[in-house]
Design a binder for this molecule. Structure first.
Ligand SMILES: NC(=O)c1ccc[n+]([C@@H]2O[C@H](COP(=O)([O-])OP(=O)(O)OC[C@H]3O[C@@H](n4cnc5c(N)ncnc54)[C@H](O)[C@@H]3O)[C@@H](O)[C@H]2O)c1
Ligand SMILES: [Zn+2]
Length: 412
């Protein structure tokens, strides 16, 4: 078993990290998983897709249980693990977050590059016409349709307690209790409504798997957080990463199916280990940022980067630099912050400035001449802003044309 330091070492080396999360990431938000020791798997099995589609009775059962569990599911908020992963993405070295969770909490915490393999529990889809509606609306319809039933039901109010609140937003509910529970039909076509999540026994949309898999193929490391990897749907990415020889880190309480493939294995709550990892990353090491050189419309985008930087500078209340041309602008902006406390005549800083200017010119030339991938641009801009902000606080910033001329380094 490793500690968080080993995790930091692995994560810091990664430039194109893919993160895979599971139900364990959300237990600290109050949404239980299936496979924690003594978890819901031992108490109640989820409803399978085939049964849901086949049987009206099973659907009644599902919706009654889900109706009861919804309030608590809907009230769940991101925890420290979600925020740490969002912060990691903002640092710019995370390519993709792939989650098996259906609770949207990664997005709520600020993660942007998210693939939700198993769909979203906050949406309901019609199996017949594919119309989508918010789960909250369906909850209101359920409440309306079943007002009498709720009034005479043996429920202890409508709030599921800790013990019988189960994953997927369901709550355990004895079958005999659901007799008479009314299930609303699709408002558009009268079809069968189902939460927009992938049920057990249902296939993950192949295009999602392909997209997620191609991210793993572009990755240089994989981090798994809060998943037992029992389900093939998630495990396949770990398998692929291992086949490609990528370093794999797993943070999970208890064993996982990927343990033998992992270079780093941390047995700790994600809400503790991941924020600790971020604190360690933030407090010491050198951050390297790869500048994307493969976006389309490069020169316009280069111009936009410069404009954005300038606007940001205004917001920070710093004097705008004197601008000669794009290349100069980039170098002088970066340099202005970098040499705030340095005498510009000192040889070392002049050499550094020249080095920065050369690198900046190279950057702009490359941006202008290369086909670029636009989703990386935002990431690059965020990295740059982060540098500028830190620079304003006195950190040293440099754009270097060293070993890797495409890499922006920020020694803190
Ligand atoms: N939040 C959700 O959206 C949610 C919740 C439950 C289930 N599900 C669905 O059910 C499937 C279950 O598979 P799974 O592999 O993701 O979950 P899982 O239940 O198989 O595994 C969760 C793992 O996380 C560990 N764990 C629990 N709390 C933890 C914590 N705080 N820190 C670190 N580890 C912790 C458990 O010991 C367990 O090994 C998922 O694919 C998902 O579709 C989703
Ligand atoms: Zn419909």
């Amino acid at each position: 078993m490793n500690d968080v330091r080993d995790l930091v070492t692995l994560i810091e080396k990664a430039r194109r990290l893919v993160v895979l999360t599971g139900a364990g990431c959300s237990t600290e938000s109050g949404i239980p998983d299936y496979r924690s020791p003594g978890g819901a798997w031992t108490r109640h099995k989820p409803i399978y897709y085939s049964a849901f589609v086949r049987s009206e009775e099973i659907r009644r059962f599902y919706w009654a249980r889900s109706f009861r569990g919804w309030t608590r599911f809907a009230a769940a908020r991101p925890n420290a693990a979600h925020y740490a992963l969002a912060e990691l993405e903002q640092r710019g070295s995370m390519l993709q977050l792939i989650t098996q969770n259906v609770d949207d909490l990664h997005q709520e915490a600020g993660s942007r590059a998210v693939i939700q393999l198993h769909g979203r529990n906050r949406l309901v889809v019609c199996l017949d016409c594919r119309a989508e509606s918010p789960r909250a609306d369906v909850q209101a319809r359920l409440a309306e349709l079943n007002a009498d039933w709720i009034a005479r039901s043996k429920w202890d109010g409508l709030h599921a307690d800790e013990a019988d609140f189960a994953p997927d937003g369901d709550a355990e509910l004895a079958r005999e209790h659901v007799a008479g529970f009314q299930v609303p039909a699709c408002e558009r076509c009268g079809g069968v409504l189902k939460p927009a999540v992938v049920f057990f026994g249902e296939t993950v949309p192949p295009e999602l798997v392909t997209r997620a898999m191609s991210r793993v193929d572009e990755a240089d490391a994989l981090l798994v957080a809060g998943s037992s990897l029992t389900v093939w749907s998630g495990f396949r990415f770990v398998k692929r990463a291992a086949d490609r020889g990528l370093p794999i880190a797993i943070v999970n309480i208890g064993p996982t199916r990927g343990d033998d493939l992992a270079a780093v294995r941390v047995d700790e709550k994600v809400g503790i280990a991941l924020p600790q990892m971020m604190r360690m990353i933030n407090s010491g090491a050198m951050a390297h940022f790869d500048i994307p050189l493969d976006l389309p419309h490069a020169s316009r985008l280069a111009e936009r980067i410069v404009n954005l930087i300038e606007r940001h500078i205004e917001e920070l209340g710093v004097d705008a630099p004197t601008v000669v041309e794009s290349a100069e602008r980039v170098s002088s902006i970066l340099f202005r912050f970098g040499d705030e406390d340095v005498t510009p005549t000192d040889n070392e800083s002049l050499a550094a400035r020249d080095e920065a200017a050369v690198a900046a010119r190279e950057l702009v030339t490359q941006l202008e001449s290369s086909p670029l991938k636009s989703d990386r641009l935002g990431q690059y801009i965020r990295n740059l802003f982060e540098c500028l902000e830190l620079g304003a606080e006195g950190a040293e910033i440099s754009l270097r044309a060293g070993e890797n001329p495409n890499s922006l380094q920020r020694p803190i």
